[in-house]
Design a protein around this ligand. Structure first.
Ligand SMILES: Nc1nc2c(ncn2[C@@H]2O[C@H](COP(=O)(O)OP(=O)(O)OP(=O)(O)O)[C@@H](O)[C@H]2O)c(=O)[nH]1
Ligand SMILES: [Mg+2]
Length: 205
């Protein structure tokens, strides 16, 4: 089955808050989740670019809102989407004051940015019931608009045993599971986002 293919991805800008973000004319997919869950790695994996978004084993690597323009080709046509890499929530190693400013900017962005069409909530497959993630899911679902989609994506699936994978799928049947180290699962994110944003109903063979 033909799936949308990323042919180009470019970093556009880092912003501190909604106010200094880029224009809001392109549909956006935002990647949010706890610090170190793999947000930046997932953007790199989806775009097949090693260092497009800066990833690191040290939590708190991404400190700003980063915008990337992504061009897909599907059905011999170009389709444009913007990916947004966000700082992780729950990162504690900065001053309390700085942490509060970050969280305020982040919350304001996800609530009021009109061009967000898809929320990709990345969660660590090893800790599927983390309280902070449950709180974030509940929080987003309180203000999500009718034209926005929320998806649970479990990262680091390579760390699970077969039996654990099956249990995770049973508990979260609508979720997507991926591994950035094994580079698996990306087609499900591409398809789900694309279907929602562009209203694709049937996929080409
Ligand atoms: N085994 C495994 N490691 C992963 C996976 N995804 C990311 N990592 C590793 O996890 C660490 C954090 O990845 P990042 O992509 O920087 O995480 P982030 O969510 O962007 O982190 P912050 O920017 O700090 O919020 C890095 O060492 C990655 O190599 C995965 O699917 N499997
Ligand atoms: Mg990051």
């Amino acid at each position: 089955m033909a799936i949308p293919r990323v042919v180009e991805a470019n970093f556009i800008k880092s912003a501190q808050s909604l106010a200094d973000s880029v224009d809001d004319t392109i549909s956006e997919v935002v990647f949010l989740g706890r610090s170190n869950v793999g947000k930046s790695s997932t953007i790199n994996g989806l775009t097949s670019r090693k260092n497009l978004a800066k990833s690191s084993s040290t939590p708190g690597k991404t400190q700003l809102i980063n915008f990337f323009d992504v061009r897909y080709v599907y059905d011999e046509k170009d389709w444009n989407i913007r990916f947004v890499d966000l700082p992780g929530f729950g990162y504690a190693k900065v001053s309390k004051e700085l942490k509060e400013v970050w969280q305020k900017n982040l919350v304001n962005f996800i609530k009021h940015r009109v061009s967000i069409r898809v929320f990709v909530h990345l969660r660590d497959a090893r800790h599927p019931n983390a309280q902070i993630d449950r709180d974030v899911e509940e929080y987003i679902k309180k203000f999500i608009r009718g034209d926005q989609l929320y998806i649970n994506v479990f990262t680091k699936i390579d760390k699970l045993k077969m039996k654990e994978k099956r249990a995770l799928k049973r508990k979260f049947p609508d979720s997507i599971t991926i591994s950035n180290s094994k580079r698996i699962g990306y087609e499900h994110i591409h398809k789900r986002a694309f279907e929602h944003i562009f209203g694709v109903k049937e996929w080409l063979n």
